[in-house]
Design a protein around this ligand. Structure first.
Ligand SMILES: [Zn+2]
Length: 151
């Protein structure tokens, strides 16, 4: 089973990329340190760059990141946790809400995505929470290729 993750407030880009790869990732910039640490007790692995938190959740429950570059952060996280890029899982999760997206009928995407996107794509999904529309397209594949090259 995929590990459940939590990323501290200093690494928003990393959180977005992990969600994009399909990993369940808590990220809440308004969350305090104590609440963040409590996520480890709920079975999540904490990924943090906050030095004051280093060592506070046990080695198996925390990935300590030093580098400020999101690409290095991603590479480190992937290496430490042995994450894999599974193309079938990528883009299966809303990058804003961290909930799985659901397929919708193509007609429901009309007028909610740019016309050229609607004309050139068959499969659409939406986030059940924020209603953002997702579709598989060349920009997604480019994004994935970029992340693969980082990893
Ligand atoms: Zn959403």
């Amino acid at each position: 089973m995929d590990p459940l993750l939590a990323v501290d407030r200093s690494m928003g880009r990393l959180a977005k990329w992990l969600r994009l790869l399909g990993y369940d990732t808590v990220f809440d910039p308004g969350m305090g340190d104590r609440e963040f640490l409590s996520l480890a007790e709920q079975g999540r692995i904490l990924i943090t760059r906050t030095r004051a938190l280093f060592g506070k959740a046990g080695e198996a429950r925390m990935v300590e990141i030093v580098d400020g570059d999101p690409k290095v952060q991603l590479a480190e996280t992937v290496k430490r946790l042995g994450l894999r890029i599974d193309r079938s899982k990528a883009f299966g999760r809303c990058i804003r809400c961290n909930v799985p997206v659901e397929p919708i009928e193509r007609e429901r995407a009309a007028n909610r995505v740019p016309d050229y996107v609607f004309e050139t794509h068959q499969d659409f999904a939406h986030c059940p929470r924020c209603k953002r529309i997702y579709w598989r397209g060349s920009h997604q594949n480019k994004g994935l290729a970029m992340l693969e090259s980082v990893i």
